[in-house]
Design a binder for this molecule. Structure first.
Ligand SMILES: *Cc1c(COP(=O)(O)O)cnc(C)c1O
Length: 420
């Protein structure tokens, strides 16, 4: 079931202060989830969550993560810059490499971050850009399909990420000869799963492999990085992942493979951490009846791309009409000249009147962050609903001046830049 923890009134009051569309994030909800994750893994001394910055790259959110004891998982120069500006350093940062510009290794090494290598060729790049630290992480891709029991969880054989097993061995031999003494193993083999068996299954794979490689190469196995991938109930008929069962499942594997302990566990959850704690708040501004009934809203796919990109389901509710019967069927659309610019297709909803405030649920991860500017549409604001119950603007809406800023090389710039 999507998250209905905030009353409609919270959104109505926010929309009196800030023009729609905007994303609203619930601080208390985010902190609650960070604490719940920490509690589920409290049995492991070396546990830490590294929030995936790409899910919600807003410094106010990243500082909340820091206060909750989380680190950050970064994968670009700008994400590293955000991490540094929010006071993260050293072992609080992981850089996950992925065909990235080499100078980003140097930036991460300057910060003392863990480096998660994606390929054999990364070893040379790292050596030349910041140098090889004594502990490195390697991303594993087992190929084929990844199954737990009879359930296929993912298709690593088609994924661009990671080392094959022979490459892991070759890499560890090279790294050892360059002074590496300890390593971690990372894998991301199922994205967007609510199955509580995923992390325990992945742990079994990575922990036994890490233990065996450590023995073979005479290196210390420092940690497993289970990465992200745990999803949230986007649909009303989906259930929340039993995170406590996930923690217990990983514990059983850990105690079997490492009876002496001493190996750390890292996670890089993005969606699970903040997804349910965000809502895209938008007004119904247009109504049209042709072969279907359409409600046009003032948000579009530039504010939330997931439905347009993946056909992803996001729950929609109408403020003040929670208890009304869902006896109308609408397509909810944005204003882009793209027929996939819809937030819902043939969705049963209460009768919508122009001016109604609509909530698009579960936009706290991979929502605003995936924004773009097609059709010259501008990205909206981000508002934090604080623990004290007030509203803080944590990213302003884009203006035309922002949109035109990169045209400062054009002779027409003086005419189109409203600032000049
Ligand atoms: C995207 C990503 C994550 C977060 O994924 P979620 O599905 O949001 O949990 C974590 N680690 C890496 C390396 C990623 O690319």
């Amino acid at each position: 079931m999507p998250n209905f923890s905030l009353d409609d009134d919270v959104f109505v009051r926010a929309a009196e202060q800030f023009p729609t569309p905007f994303h609203l994030y619930d601080e208390q909800g985010i902190r609650g989830r960070a604490r719940r994750l920490k509690a589920a893994f409290a049995w492991c001394e070396g546990f830490r969550e590294y929030f995936a910055v790409k899910a919600l790259p807003n410094p106010s959110i990243l500082r909340i993560m820091k206060e909750e004891g989380c680190g950050l998982d970064c994968s670009s120069a700008t994400e590293l810059t955000l991490a540094e500006a929010c006071g993260f350093s050293g072992e609080e940062i992981i850089l996950s490499a992925n065909a990235m510009p080499p100078e980003e290794y140097a930036q991460a090494r300057r910060l003392g971050a863990y480096i998660n290598l994606d390929d054999l060729s990364d070893i040379d790049l790292l050596r030349k850009n910041g140098g090889i630290p004594p502990t490195v992480c390697l991303r594993y891709n087992p190929g084929g399909t990844f199954s737990i029991g009879n359930t296929i969880m993912g298709n690593p054989g088609e994924a661009k990420y990671g080392f094959t097993l022979p490459q892991l061995k070759e890499g560890l031999a090279v790294l050892k000869s360059e002074g590496v003494t300890a390593f971690g193993l990372h894998a991301f083999l199922a994205s967007n799963t609510i199955d509580p068996a995923y992390f325990p299954g992945l742990s079994e794979l990575l922990m036994t492999l890490g233990r065996d490689l450590a023995a073979e190469f005479g290196l210390k196995f420092a940690f497993v990085d289970l990465s992200g991938g745990i999803s949230i109930p986007y649909r009303p008929d989906e259930v929340e992942t039993d995170l406590e069962a996930v923690g217990e499942g990983v514990r059983k594997v850990y105690e079997k493979v490492f009876p002496e302990g001493g190996v750390g566990i890292k996670t890089e959850l993005g969606r699970w951490m903040t997804g349910p704690c965000g809502w895209l708040v938008t007004h119904a501004v247009h109504e049209k009846k042709i072969y279907r009934d359409y409600i046009g809203v003032d948000a579009s796919a530039v504010n939330l791309m997931r439905p347009a990109m993946y056909g992803a389901y996001h729950h929609v509710s109408v403020c003040g009409k929670r208890d009304w019967p869902a006896d109308h069927v609408y397509d909810i659309t944005g204003s882009l000249c793209e027929n996939n610019d819809k937030f819902a297709w043939e969705r049963a909803l209460p009768e919508i009147t122009l001016g109604d405030l609509l909530l698009i649920h579960d936009t706290g991860a991979h929502g605003s962050a995936m924004g773009y500017n097609y059709n010259g549409r501008l990205r909206g604001a981000e508002v934090l609903y604080t623990e004290q119950g007030d509203y803080r603007l944590i990213r302003r809406a884009e203006t035309a001046a922002d949109y035109f800023a990169t045209l400062d090389v054009d002779p027409a710039y003086a005419k189109i830049s409203p600032k000049r």
